[in-house]
Design a binder for this molecule. Structure first.
Ligand code: NDP
Length: 449
């Protein structure tokens, strides 16, 4: 190892790269991490964290309205300043960026603020031309928003730019109907924009349980968000007044002030030099890895979104940790991908863990489904019609809970705890044996019929 500049050279200081760097360093490795943009990666800088803060900000639109029913005198001309929220969120991002850097520094990880590309199994080249060598290289460069190559696509933005807007546009069109589309639809709508989502297929949030996503669709439409399905993007034309005319298949063109693409994310492998080291990519450009995150080049590993396994921050962190413990900590560890809970921070949010009803029927044959469809008491007093829906999918033979799917206020907070029980393989009877905590929404989990 001593012949190399470092024991480990990490490319990308996002969630996976940062965890791997500091854990490997804690195990005694000499580590450098190269980052071309900002330490923290997508999640901290332009993803989960600032998005969640916007979701909190957006929720006040409804909370302030509801507050009147709870006796608060909220003036009807109550104003919202996007610039204030945006700047506060960006300042928080700066703070976190600083905290991430400090953590790396305190673990003696050398931070290199440059792009690095691979030149061989043990070597990288920095943007300034410097060559560095390492016994192991970890690719943790993440992914970027995919933008369809239609005419005028350059007039659209992605979630990257959404955090920096000068103002909230009056009319927003979002292409896609997945996580980012539904989360930002809620945010823009609560800030007063008219939002239209267009999607190539007939579905929103494919992969989530059908009943739950149908409920989101129904509530979103009730709030005034428009949906257009079976619509393939054909082009964007910028008009003299600055507005954008969007054409799509099967529907009339639509005029908006902002187009945002939320049509999936592609691994950041282009131009990274991986072919020089014999690192194979899959059809989407993702680094092919084995269960130990090792690529087809024995000294090069990859974790996180660049491997396109599960594009979620906590998974990237686990992969980074498992890599560092296995390779530098003499503690072989593999990530368990079973029963990963996930949430969509839409308005209201959705969350799910385990098999959907359809998956369970296909895999188990005998399935029992329990639901609770209720109006949370806060919504009742607020005069808000939105109903929450919880669904429990059980193995029909054993009663084991194999899936939990929810939509309603705070469900991501509730699901995290319930996911432990699903992961542990508990049965419906064991849920029912737990006394309800009254009055809460989560008590529905132990009262389902
Ligand atoms: P998603 O995969 O969630 O959704 C992509 C959407 O774009 C789908 O509606 C899909 O349609 C559509 N689409 C895909 N490709 C094309 C194309 N070529 N042309 C037109 N439409 C297309 O991606 P997102 O961009 O929303 O998010 C990326 C990933 O980031 C997510 O998968 C998730 O892993 C992660 N993420 C997680 C969050 C969370 O945990 N809360 C929040 C945000 C992102 P179709 O109906 O055909 O599938």
């Amino acid at each position: 190892m001593a012949d190399y500049d470092y024991d480990l050279f990490v490319i990308g200081a996002g969630s996976g790269g940062t965890r791997a760097s500091r854990v490997a360093a804690a195990h005694g490795a000499r580590v450098a991490v190269a980052e071309e943009y900002r330490v923290g990666g997508t999640c901290v800088i332009r993803g989960c964290v600032p998005k969640k803060l916007l979701v909190y900000g957006a929720h006040f639109a409804e909370d302030l309205k509801d507050a009147r029913r709870f006796g608060w005198q909220v003036p009807s001309d109550c104003e919202f300043s996007w610039q204030t929220l945006r700047d506060n969120v960006l300042a928080e991002v700066d703070r976190l960026n600083g905290a991430y850097k400090k953590t790396l520094e305190s673990h003696n990880v050398e931070i290199i603020d440059q792009r690095a590309t691979v030149t061989g199994p043990h070597s990288v080249r920095l943007a300034d031309g410097t060559e560095k060598t390492a016994d192991k290289i970890l690719i943790a460069v993440g992914a970027h928003p995919a933008v369809p190559s239609c005419p005028g696509h350059e007039h659209g933005i992605t979630s990257n730019e959404a955090f920096h807007l000068d103002s909230i546009p009056k009319r927003v069109l979002i292409a896609g109907a997945g996580y980012i589309a539904n989360e930002f639809a809620g945010v823009f709508h609560q800030f007063g924009a008219h939002v239209t989502l267009i999607n190539r297929s007939k579905d929103i949030l494919r992969g989530y349980d059908l009943t739950i996503r149908d409920r989101l669709l129904q509530i979103s439409m009730m709030k005034g968000i428009e949906f257009r399905f079976d619509a393939t993007f054909e082009g964007i034309e910028k008009q003299a007044d600055g507005s954008l005319r969007v054409s799509m298949s099967n529907h009339a063109p639509i005029e908006v002030d902002l187009v945002m693409f939320a049509t999936g994310r592609m691994p950041n492998t282009h131009g990274l030099g991986l072919e020089k080291a014999g690192v194979e990519l899959d059809d989407h450009g993702a680094v092919k890895v084995d269960e130990d995150n090792r690529s087809t080049c024995p000294s090069i590993f990859a974790v996180g979104d660049v491997t396109n396994r599960v594009q979620l921050t906590p998974v990237a962190i686990r992969e980074g940790q498992a890599f560092a413990d296995t390779v530098f900590g003499n503690k072989p560890t593999r990530v368990d991908y079973d029963c990963i809970p996930a949430a969509v921070f839409s308005h209201p949010p959705m969350a799910g863990v385990g098999m959907t009803e359809a998956q369970a029927k296909q895999m188990l044959g005998s399935v029992r489904v329990y639901t609770s469809d209720f109006r949370p008491m806060k919504n009742v007093l607020a005069g808000r019609e939105e109903r929450a829906l919880y669904k429990m999918v059980c193995d029909g033979d054993t009663g084991r809970v194999v899936g939990l799917h929810m939509i309603g206020p705070d469900v991501p907070e509730i699901l995290q705890a319930a996911a432990i029980a699903v992961k542990a393989g508990l049965t419906k009877a064991q849920f029912d044996a737990t006394v309800a905590l009254h009055p809460t929404m989560s008590e529905e989990l132990v009262l389902m019929r």
